[in-house]
Design a protein around this ligand. Structure first.
Ligand code: ZN
Length: 407
C-alpha cells in the first residue's frame, strides 16, 4: 500500500511538473522573450523551480537563455531572459474561397516559410486537400535538421465541429458535411489528424494572443471574405455556443426578402457587406472577386454604392456592440481594405444605432497581424498540445516532415 501511495504522489508531482513546463513554454511562446524574474512573478513559483523548468526547455530545444535586454527587475542580479528556439514548429493553412496560404511557423509565432496557391476549380474537398499538402511540401523543404513538427492547424471558412474537424457547412465553398480533417489526414499519413478551426474564430484567437487585441478580454474579429463570420472572445474565453457554431453573424437576417444567400436563406447580412456586395459597389467584375483586395487598394474615394455598403456594415456592428459589449472589434479579410475608405460612414452608423454606454467603450480597428490573422490562429491551435505537455508531445512528434509528406 505504501508503495502504491508513493507512486500515486510521484505521478501527481510529475503531472504538475509537466503542466508547469508547458505553462513556462506558453509564456515564452506568446512573448517571444521573457525574463526569468517575470516568469517567477507570473507563475508564483520559486526561482530555483523556474530555473529548473527553463533548463529542461533548453534541453528539449524549445527555449534558450540569453543576456537580459530590459531594465533590472530588482536591485539584485539582473534576471536572465528566456527566448524561444526553433526546435519545434507547426504547419498552418488558411483555406479561403479565393486562395490557399500555408506556412511553417515556429515558437513565438515566427513565420519560417510560406507558400500560396489557387483554389482548384470546382472546390472539391479532396482537390483542395491535395493542394494544401503540395504547399506543405514546399514549406518543409528547408527545415532545420532535428526540428520537430508538433502539429498541423487549418482554418476553414465554414462551420466546423471542433471534436473531429468535420465541416458541417461551408456555403461559399459549396461544402455540406465534409469530413475535411479526415480527408487531410488520409493524405498526411504519419503526420496524423490536423486540427481544424473556423476562420473567424482563429482570427480572434491570434489577434487576442499577438495582434490588435493583446490584453483585451472582450474582442470580436469580423472576417469579411465572400462570407462574413465573427470570432467572439468574452471575458478572455471563446464564445462557443451549444455546438461550437456561435459567431455566424454573416447569416444574421438583415433585409426582409433581400438577396439570396449561399446558405439558402435571403437577406443575410453578408449579402449586403460580403465580397460580392463590395465588388458590385466598386465595379469589380464578379469573376474577379478573388482580386477584390487589389481593386479596393485602387479606390481613393468611396463611390456612393460603397458608402451604402459601409452603412450596412456600421448598422450590423452596432447590433454586435449592443449585444456583446466588446472592447475591440477587429475588421479582417476584405473589410481590412474597405474600412479605411469608409471609416467615417461606419463610425456614424455605429454612433446612431449603438447604445451610448457600450459604444463609448468599443474601438473598431484593423488586424495587428495584417492579412495573416487566420494563418496565425491555425498555428496557435496546432501548438496547443505542445503547450499542454511539451515532453509528451515531442515524444510523438515528426522529425522529418519532408520524408513523411513525400511518402
Ligand atoms: Zn446566409
Amino acid at each position: 500500500m505504501a508503495t502504491a501511495r508513493r507512486v500515486g504522489v510521484g505521478t501527481n508531482q510529475e503531472d504538475v511538473r509537466r503542466h508547469n513546463l508547458g505553462t513556462v513554454l506558453g509564456h515564452v511562446h506568446r512573448a517571444g522573450r521573457v525574463s526569468r524574474a517575470e516568469l517567477t512573478a507570473t507563475m508564483g513559483l520559486n526561482r530555483s523551480t523556474i530555473a529548473g523548468l527553463v533548463t529542461e526547455l533548453e534541453s528539449l530545444g524549445l527555449a534558450e537563455q540569453a543576456k537580459p535586454s530590459g531594465a533590472r527587475v530588482s536591485a539584485g542580479r539582473p534576471s536572465v531572459d528566456v527566448i524561444v528556439r526553433t526546435g519545434a514548429y507547426v504547419l498552418a493553412a488558411d483555406v479561403r474561397v479565393d486562395g490557399l496560404t500555408v506556412a511553417r511557423i515556429g515558437l513565438g509565432g515566427v513565420v519560417q516559410s510560406r507558400a500560396t496557391g489557387p483554389v482548384p476549380a470546382g472546390r472539391a474537398p479532396e482537390a483542395i486537400a491535395a493542394s494544401v499538402i503540395d504547399l506543405m511540401r514546399l514549406v518543409v523543404k528547408d527545415v532545420e535538421p532535428g526540428a520537430a513538427l508538433v502539429g498541423v492547424g487549418v482554418g476553414v471558412p465554414g462551420i466546423v465541429r471542433a471534436s473531429d474537424g468535420h465541416v458541417r457547412l461551408a456555403p461559399n465553398l459549396g461544402w455540406h458535411d465534409v469530413p475535411f480533417a479526415q480527408i487531410l489526414a488520409d493524405q498526411l499519413g504519419e503526420l496524423g489528424m490536423p486540427v481544424l478551426g473556423n476562420d473567424a474564430d482563429l482570427g480572434a484567437l491570434s489577434e487576442h494572443l499577438r495582434g490588435a487585441g493583446v490584453g483585451v478580454e472582450d474582442l470580436i474579429y469580423l472576417s469579411g471574405e465572400v462570407g462574413v463570420g465573427a470570432g467572439v472572445i468574452v471575458s478572455g474565453h471563446k464564445l462557443e455556443g451549444a455546438g461550437g457554431y456561435a459567431g455566424e453573424i454573416g447569416h444574421m437576417p438583415f433585409v426582409p426578402e433581400g438577396k439570396p444567400c449561399h446558405c439558402g436563406a435571403r437577406g443575410c447580412w453578408e449579402t449586403e457587406i460580403g465580397a460580392e456586395a463590395i465588388a458590385l459597389a466598386i465595379g469589380c467584375p464578379p469573376e474577379r472577386v478573388g482580386a477584390l483586395g487589389e481593386y479596393l487598394e485602387a479606390v481613393h474615394e468611396a463611390p456612393d454604392d460603397l458608402q451604402v455598403v459601409a452603412g450596412h456594415l456600421g448598422r450590423g456592428l452596432a447590433g454586435m456592440v449592443n449585444m456583446l459589449n466588446p472592447r475591440v472589434i477587429v475588421l479582417g479579410g476584405y473589410l481590412r481594405s474597405l474600412f479605411p475608405l469608409v471609416h467615417d460612414v461606419v463610425e456614424k452608423e455605429l454612433a446612431s444605432h449603438a447604445l451610448a454606454a457600450p459604444r463609448d467603450l468599443v474601438r473598431v480597428t484593423l488586424p495587428g497581424l495584417g492579412g495573416d490573422s487566420v494563418l496565425h490562429g491555425a498555428a496557435e491551435l496546432a501548438f496547443e498540445p505542445l503547450l499542454a505537455d511539451p515532453v509528451g508531445r515531442l515524444a510523438t512528434a515528426c522529425h522529418d516532415a519532408a520524408a513523411a509528406l513525400s511518402a
